[in-house]
Design a protein around this ligand. Sequence first.
Ligand code: ADP
Length: 164
Amino acid sequence: MKLAIYPGSFDPVTNGHIDIIERAAALFDHVIVSVSVNSGKTPLFTLQERVELLTEALKSYRNVSVDSFKGLTVNYAAEKKAQAIIRGLRAISDFENEFQMALTNKKLQPDVETVFMMSQAQWSFLSSSVVKEVASLGGCIRDFVPDIVEKALQERFAELWQDC
Ligand code: ADP
């Protein structure tokens, strides 16, 4: 069985992430989307909320599950017996960091491959940070995120929210 993990902050999940997950799910027998507990960032949504939003947004995908993890991604991948780590690549700006991380991970855990998937042009500008910024300023984020995430952001930024 070919198993991949797709790690990230997912604060919150966007349509760019969903697109990568959908395409990865067509290539692997099973994909575990896993929210990393990253102490370096202060998230808008708690770990539990991010897991819940992902679970709801991905409920129609038969071979996708949602989890969370702490510590090194490669250790988590090895623990799950995953063959691959999926990462999405947007513009050139993602490349340097991702390249460094992939080579470090390969050194730490040679059995696990990092598989990069290019963002569709349609989502190549999209990030969780952009979505949060637009939502926090009362902008319309309907086209960028699953419905459940739009609702969660609406609750967070209720005082500024304008229907679109
Ligand atoms: P991290 O904090 O690990 O970068 P993110 O939740 O921001 O977590 O992203 C998780 C993964 O999804 C990363 O590989 C990132 O490059 C990718 N990603 C984020 N947004 C998009 C998008 N719009 N299109 C394709 N890949 C994306």
